[in-house]
Design a protein around this ligand. Structure first.
Ligand code: HEM
Length: 185
C-alpha cells in the first residue's frame, strides 16, 4: 500500500480521537500504577496488575493504529511563522514521546511476563510466565519506571508547548487537536 502524500491542513478525526483516548487511558493507567511502589495487600496488587495491564494493552492497540495512520496520512505541517529551533525541538519532543511510549509498552509487557503470579486480561489471556525470576522482574520494572518518568516529563513539556501555541504564538496548532466538528485550515 502506498503512502498518501496529501498536504493536509488538519488531522483526520480518527487521529484526534486516538490522541485524546490515549491521553485519557495513560492518565488512568498512571493512576492505577501509582501505588505499586509501596506496600500493598497481595490480592490488591494482583487485581491492580490486571487492571493496569488491561488498560496498558488498550493503549498499545491505539498506539499501533496511531502509528499506522501517521505513516499513511502524515500530520499537518508546523506553522511557517515558527522559528527553526522550535520546529527542531517539536520534532525531538514528538520522537521522544514515540520512543519512550514504545519502551514503556515493551517493558510493561516484559514486567508482566516475569511475574510469579498470573495476570489474566480480557478473561483469558495470561501475560505472566509464572516464573520465579525476581532479578529479571526487578530489572525490567526499573526500566519501566524510568520510561514512565520520561513520558510524564515529555507530556508536561507537550502541554506547555500547546499553551504557548494557543495563548502566546496565537497560531492554530493547538486548536487543530481540539476541534472535532470542523476542519481547521
Ligand atoms: C500506558 C502505559 C503504562 C504506564 C504509564 C505504566 C506505568 C507504570 C508504573 C508507574 C508502574 C509502577 C513502577 C514502580 O513503582 O515500580 C508500573 C508497573 C507495572 N506495569 Fe506498567 N505502565 C504502562 C503500561 C504497562 C503495560 C502495557 C503492561 C503490561 C501489559 C504493564 C505492566 C506493569 C507491571 C506488571 C508492573 C509491576 C507491578 C508491580 O510492581 O506489582 N504496564 N507501570
Amino acid at each position: 500500500m502506498n503512502k498518501i502524500s496529501l498536504s493536509r491542513s488538519d488531522y483526520l478525526i480518527s487521529q484526534k480521537v486516538i490522541h485524546w483516548l490515549m491521553a485519557f487511558l495513560i492518565i488512568l493507567d498512571l493512576n492505577i500504577a501509582q501505588k505499586f511502589g509501596g506496600e500493598m495487600e497481595l490480592w490488591d496488587r494482583l487485581e491492580s496488575r490486571v487492571d493496569h495491564a488491561t488498560v496498558g494493552i488498550l493503549v498499545t492497540v491505539l498506539f499501533i493504529f496511531r502509528i499506522i495512520l501517521r505513516y499513511f496520512y502524515g500530520a499537518p505541517a508546523l506553522p511557517n511563522s515558527m522559528p527553526n529551533w522550535q520546529k527542531f525541538s517539536a520534532k525531538i519532543g514528538h520522537y521522544g514521546l514515540y520512543f519512550f511510549i514504545t519502551l514503556l509498552i515493551f517493558t510493561g509487557i516484559a514486567s508482566a511476563y516475569f511475574t510469579s503470579d498470573p495476570i489474566v486480561i480480557f478473561g483469558s489471556l495470561n501475560l505472566s510466565s509464572e516464573t520465579d525470576s525476581q532479578e529479571a522482574f526487578q530489572l525490567i520494572r526499573g526500566v519501566h519506571e524510568f520510561s514512565t518518568n520520561a513520558v510524564i516529563f515529555l507530556i508536561f513539556v507537550h502541554i506547555l508547548a500547546s499553551i504557548y501555541h494557543h495563548f502566546i504564538a496565537k497560531d492554530k496548532t493547538t486548536v487543530k487537536m481540539l476541534k472535532f466538528w470542523k476542519q481547521v485550515g
